[in-house]
Ligand binder design. Sequence first.
Ligand SMILES: C[S@@+](CC[C@H](N)C(=O)[O-])C[C@H]1O[C@@H](n2cnc3c(N)ncnc32)[C@H](O)[C@@H]1O
Length: 298
Amino acid sequence: MRRSAGANQASLRAEAGGRSSGVSPRYREGVGFSLASWTVLEHTTPGNKPPQRPAAACHTSKTRVREQVATYYRWPMRSQPVDRPADLDAVRESYDRVADNYAHMVVTTGVGDIRKYPWLKASIDAFADTVSGLGPVLDVGCGPGTVTAYLAERGLDVSGVDLSPRMIENARRLHPQCRFSVGSATELDLGEASLGGVLGWWSLFNLPRDVLPQVLAVFARALKPGGHFITGTHVGDEDAVRTEAYGGVPVRWTTHQWQPEQFVDLIEQAGLRPVAELRLPANENVRPGLVVMAKRPG
Ligand SMILES: C[S@@+](CC[C@H](N)C(=O)[O-])C[C@H]1O[C@@H](n2cnc3c(N)ncnc32)[C@H](O)[C@@H]1O
């Protein structure tokens, strides 16, 4: 079971409406949440960190790119092999099919753009403030690159990677100043302690339940001590099979929902220390969600 906040952890709870953000029975049952609430498990005020990089860090010289590649992609040595999900090809093809609609939706409606969701934007801003100056940041499952580009605008040295080549085509078209590559979260060769930050921003819920812990372990190992991981995911108990998405496009993927306690427990077991949780209630448009930020101790 998950540990409760220890005595040496500053525990600060901020929530809308003045209600407790503790785990309610309703929450545990996955029925949904009535309030969005941050539970900050540890103060993450940046300490004596190097100065922030200049803006537009996405745009780098060829030499710098080579240095970064050498730093955080290590060939041919693989850190730890991760089991290949049986449905990986089907998931890739499905996201390829929806990629244009998804990118169009983000650009034209703002759905999926953190700038339109104050709590999500706040969590990404907190992540950006925390990892600023710690080292390269990798946005895993970046889709059309909305968050990657947002972080680059904030001056982070960030790049994005996604399973779907078509998503990456859209990301490159929309954000030509940024670096993107095609790859699966299950097949990344990341150098140990090479990253200041990793994101799995609503992009890890398709990983089978037994594969997610392996991917989290790879992320934990790739983070520098003090580096941070942030993730958002769907809450519930189902393995929901999707057959169409984003405008009736036929797809074949499974959304593995997690209960917050289980999900945070997995992150801890991977060797990361959770520092904040944001619980998002269901409303008429969205299902309940969870954002967790965690750090590699040290
Ligand atoms: C709902 S979209 C979110 C995209 C982006 N993070 C955002 O917030 O707009 C999910 C993304 O995860 C990607 N994805 C799914 N499985 C993946 C995997 N195994 N490795 C890398 N990306 C994956 C999909 O291709 C898709 O772009």
